[in-house]
Design a protein around this ligand. Sequence first.
Ligand code: MIC
Ligand code: SF4
Length: 748
Amino acid sequence: MSIDLAKNLYAKMPDVLAKARKKFGCGLTLSEKVLVSHADDFDTQVWERGKAMLALRPDRVAMQDATAQMAILQFMQANKKQAAVPSTIHCDHLIRAEMGSEKDLVRAMDENKEVYNFLASAAKKYGIGFWKPGAGIIHQVVLENYAFPGSLIIGTDSHTPNGGGLGGLAIGVGGADAGEVMAGLPWEVLHPKLIGIRLTGRLSGWTSAKDVILYLCGLLTVKGGTNKIVEYFGPGAETISATGKGTICNMGAELGATTSVFPFDQKMVAYLNITDRADLANLAIANKSLLVADPEVYQSPEKYYDQIVEVDLSTLEPHVVGPHTPDLARPISKMAAEAKEKGYPVELKAALIGSCTNSSYEDISRSAHIAQQGLKAGLKAKTSFLVSPGSERIYHTMKRDGFLDTFEKLGGTVLSNSCGPCIGQWKRADGVKGKADSIVSSFNRNFPGRNDGISETLSFLASPEIVTAYAISGDLTFDPVNQTLKGADGKEFKFEPPQGEELPSKGFAKADEGFVAPAANGEGLTVEVPPTSERLQLLQPFPRWDGKDFEKLPLLIKTKGKTTTDHISPAGPWLKFRGHLDKISDNMFLGANNAFFPEPGKGTDVLTGETGLTMAQIARRYKAKGIGSIVVGDENYGEGSSREHAAMSPRFLNVRVVITKSFARIHETNLKKQGVLALTFADPKDYEKIEQQDRISVTGLSSLAPGKPVQVTIHKTDGTALTIQANHSITDQQIAWFKAGSALNALN
Ligand code: MIC
Ligand code: SF4
C-alpha cells in the first residue's frame, strides 16, 4: 500500500483539528479527529451528535464478493471511467466449506466462475484491486494491508470496523454507498454519538480480547451501539494486541455500533512493522498526537463521551454468548447451570474456530496450546472441529509453525481462507432439519440458521481457545477454567491456561498472496456479464415516485420479534444469486416470523385469501396487479449485516413502505437508498394495532420534510379507520432519492 494516503491525511489534520477545537470549544476525542479531518467541507458542515448528517470523504472502499456484485452493478450505472478512491474487492464469501481447503477452492473457482470473472474484469477496468478467491477474508486482508491509524474506510460488510484495531474508523455500508463514493460523491452518515469504554487492568489466563466484546454485547445489547461510535481508551487498551483490538472492533458490529476504534499505540506499531509497513509505523509515531484523543478528554472522559463504561480486564471472566443472539451472555462458569435450567442440548456437535473475527496469530497459537494439551492427555476432538484461517499469511504461518498439524492431529479440518461456515456455506454432514442441537464457534454472529441452515440449531460463541477446549470435551457444561477432564488413561487432568504469542517471532510466512492489480488504463476493457447468466443481471432503474400518496396498500408481512437481514434475505444457498436481483428476491423474508402465520417466511395473499405462500410469491402477485405493499417490523429491524438485498428485494417486489418500532443503521440507509419509505411508529404500541387484513395509507407525501411526522391511516375490514403518526429520519437529499425512485436514479 502506498503511504501517500496517510502522509496527505496527517499533513492536513493539524489545521482542521485546530478549527474543530475552536468550533466545538473543547478538546477532541479520537473519533471526532477522524471525522472532522474527513469532512467534505468542514466549514459548512453542521456538527451535532445524533442529529446532523455528515458528508465525509473516505480514504478507501473495500468490498467482499457477495456484496461487491451489487456495489459494482450500481457503480456501473454512474458511467465513470475509474473508481474515484482506492478500492479493493475480496473473494471470500462464495467458497463452500465441505471437503477441506484445496478441493473447496477448486470447486468454488468452477461454480462461481461467472461471478469471479465479472468482479475481476470490473476491477481491472475501473482501477480496483482484486484479491482472488482463497486470498483471505476481507477484514483480515484489510487489516494486514490497508487499515492505518486515523483512516476512514468504508466497506460493504458490517464487520468492516475490524480496522479500528489499527486506530482508524472503518465503517460497514451498503453497496449503493460504496458505488457512490467510488463515483466520486461524498459519503453520508448520521453524526454518531460516542460511547467511551475505559479499560483498566490486563487480560490474563483464559480471558482474551474476545471476552471484552462478548461481555459488552451482554451489557449493551444488540441495539446499544446504534448510531454510536464505541471508542476505547485507558491503560488497559495499551495492553491488548492490535489483532485483539481488531476482534473487539469487529464484533462491535453486534452492538449495532456505527464503528469502534482504539487510539494509536505501540501494539499497532508492532503490527504495522510485522506486516511490512515500518514506514507507516514511523509516520504514525511522528504524528501520534493526531491519532489519539486530546489529553483533556482522557482526564475527564465523562465530559466528552455520551456514555461511559468501565471494564477491568484483570477481573473479566471468559464469556459464552448465545444461542440465537450475540447479546445473551454469561461467564463460562455460569454456563452449566443455565444450560440445565433452559434445557439446552449439552452435547456439542461442532466446534469452529477462525473467521474474520478470530484468526490472528495470537488466537491460533493460544488455541493450538490447548489442542496440544488435549493431545498430550491422549484425547481428540469429540465434536467435528473446523478451522477457518483469515488469510494466506495466517495460513502459511500456521502451517510453518506446526499449528495446522496440531489441529489436524486433534481431528480438525482446515478450511480455505474464507467465510465458509460463518456465512452458511457449510455442508454440515450430521445436521438434521427440525432437530435442535448445539454448536459453538469463535465467530461473531449466531442468528438462527446462520451457519448450517437449520433454524433449530443452538449456536454459541466464545473465544477460539475456549471453543478448542469445548471441542475436546464435547460438552457445553464443561468449564475448562475451573473443571477437570478425564484423559485417555482415565486420570483427571486440568488444562493449563492458554499461552500463545501475539505475533510470530519469525515473522509472517508468505507465499503468493493472491492480489491482482488493476490495469493502468482500463478504458478499452469490457466488464464480463454473460447475457444468459443465472448469476448476474444488469440492473434496471426502479420507477420514479408517481407523486401520489400510498392509498390502502395491503400488508405484506408484520414481522414478529428479531428480524435480522438473515431473516429478510438469508445467505447460505442464496449467496449464489447476489448478483441477480430477480432470482435472489425469491428468498425475501424466508427466515422471518410472520405475526399472522405459524411458519416462518410464509403468509396469505390477502387479496385472494390463498394462504401458505412465500412472501415472494405473494409480493409478485401484487406486483403483477400493479399494487404496492407495506411491511411492518419490530425492534431493531434489519440488524446484522450490510447486505442491501434485504432492501433491494422488497423494493423490486413493490414494497413501498416499511414501518417498524426501530431500525438498525445500515439497513435503514439501505432502504432509503433504494427508494423505500422507512418509517418508525411514533408510539411503538401502535405496532399492536396492525392486523392482517388492514389496508394502510401513508399520506401527505408531497409535503414530506425532514423532521415532520407522516400520517398513517389503518383501514379496518369493518370499515372503520384509525390514524396514527409515524416518524422518520429522512433528510432533504433522501427525499430526493425517494422521489427519484432510488439514490442512484437521483444521480443520473
Ligand atoms: C455477514 O457476516 O453477515 C456478512 C455475510 O459478512 C454480511 C454481508 C453479506 O451479507 O454479504 C455483513 O456482515 O455485512
Ligand atoms: Fe465472513 Fe463471517 Fe466475517 Fe461476515 S462475519 S465477513 S461472513 S467471516
